[in-house]
Design a protein around this ligand. Structure first.
Ligand code: KG4
Ligand code: ZN
Length: 381
């Protein structure tokens, strides 16, 4: 048993994350903001690539076969056994219900068989904690931009557990927009890294004028918006995606020298790589400028000097660089997690669980999984 369970100070958490297409387990020990990540195992389900997106049924089955060895490996890497653990945590919402249930059920079974307490963690609260595992300064108060394949949230983090949800997407998540645009440009899934790489080569491939030929409107971004406007912090990416679709189709029509019926040509086909790179760059610029501006609005409005990024899209170097440049204008610093902690992982779940555990929270063995669930600790704006 660790010191925590014997009345001491530190707590050791075993956490399981299975909300989407990563089976992950982590062991973390600590107290308050002083934590040590003892192990992190992430198994990505590559099988979804052939379908161009996550297939929920396949995800659940893959979690089922992976969860036991992944947890065993995390305990092994940490050099501990279940006897050394104080609490078992699992992501219980939001996510794919069948996928979440695998982690939740296994956590409950382990808790029941060992007599240890179990905790359910909100996946997006996990993302809020992720960056603090690497950057000691990524602690509240801060403005958080969480951008993943399923979510786009702008949150003011006054303290751990005290959150103001300022903005969200009205339609597609930022990562989803990257993935759909990648498909239109004939790039593989998941598309974000491919779009970013292609966009980076726009100037080299296309030359100055061609690289600047495309410019897409910044969605829901007008200079005259005020904090009272419903659109001040929210974003929307489906119109931007349609603008990309129209640009690709126009290029395809030009290539065949006449009107082509919608969908008559395969995504990205007939469009030279230089043009596709220019379109990728223009898309990324519009999306990045929108996210950066909305995040800066939130930071300035609440007087925050720290901006914390999270979610898979936080791997995007152009977004991070643009956010840093904008934050410099108000004396702010930007903390972006390493890719391993930006994308789904159990380390962030363990960190959030430690916070909840220290507050005395425990879940009953009737803990269930939920596809959607508001962030805990929401304050009114
Ligand atoms: O957080 P995450 O791993 O999983 C979800 O919870 O969704 O995020 C995955 C998303 C995908 O949409 C992927 O295309 C996007 O993150 N992504 C990127 C980059 N790397 C991953 N988007 C833009 N640029 C990147 N470099
Ligand atoms: Zn996530």
């Amino acid at each position: 048993m660790t010191v925590a369970s014997t009345g001491g100070r530190e707590t050791r958490v075993l956490a399981i994350e299975t909300s989407c297409d990563e089976t992950s387990a982590a062991v973390l020990q600590g107290r308050g903001d002083h934590v040590k990540l003892e192990s992190l195992v992430i198994l990505s389900q590559d099988v979804h690539r052939i379908f161009g997106g996550v297939v929920p049924e396949i995800a659940s089955r893959a979690h089922l076969t992976a969860v036991v060895p992944v947890v065993e490996r995390a305990l092994h890497d940490a050099g501990v056994s279940l006897h050394d653990v104080d609490v078992i945590a699992a992501t219980y919402a939001p996510g794919l219900v069948g996928a979440l249930l695998v982690g939740v059920s296994y956590a409950k079974a382990l808790a029941w068989s060992t007599g240890l307490p179990v905790l359910g963690v909100h996946h997006m609260e996990g993302h809020l904690f992720a960056t603090s595992l690497e950057h000691a300064d990524a602690v509240p108060p801060f403005t958080a931009l969480l951008v993943s394949g399923g979510h786009t949230l702008l949150v003011d983090v006054e303290a751990w557990g005290r959150y103001r949800l300022l903005g969200r997407t009205r339609d597609d998540a930022a990562g989803e927009a990257f993935d759909k645009v990648a498909k239109l440009l004939g790039l593989p899934y998941p598309g974000g890294p491919h779009v970013e790489r292609l966009a980076l080569r726009a100037a080299e491939l296309a030359g100055g004028d061609e690289a600047r030929r495309f410019r897409f409107a910044r969605p829901m971004l007008r200079r005259d918006q005020t904090p009272e406007d419903a659109e001040y912090y929210d974003v929307s990416f489906s119109g931007l995606k349609t603008a990309v679709l129209n640009a690709v189709r126009a290029e395809q029509r030009a290539a065949v020298g006449g009107p082509a019926t919608q969908g008559a040509v395969v995504d990205g086909q007939l469009v030279p790589e230089a043009t596709r790179a220019a379109i990728a760059g223009a898309f990324q610029d519009a999306l990045v400028e929108t996210l950066v501006e909305k995040t800066a609005r939130a930071a300035e409005r609440f007087g925050r000097r720290r901006v914390v990024l999270g979610g898979g899209v936080a791997c995007n170097g152009t977004l991070v660089a643009a956010m840093r440049a904008r934050a410099a204008g108000f004396g702010g610093t930007v903390h972006a997690p390493a890719p391993r902690l930006a994308t789904d992982n159990a380390a962030m779940i363990a960190r959030a669980a430690l916070f909840r555990f220290e507050r005395g929270e425990r879940a009953p063995l009737s803990l269930n999984a939920y596809a959607s669930m508001p962030l805990p600790g929401l304050l009114s704006n």
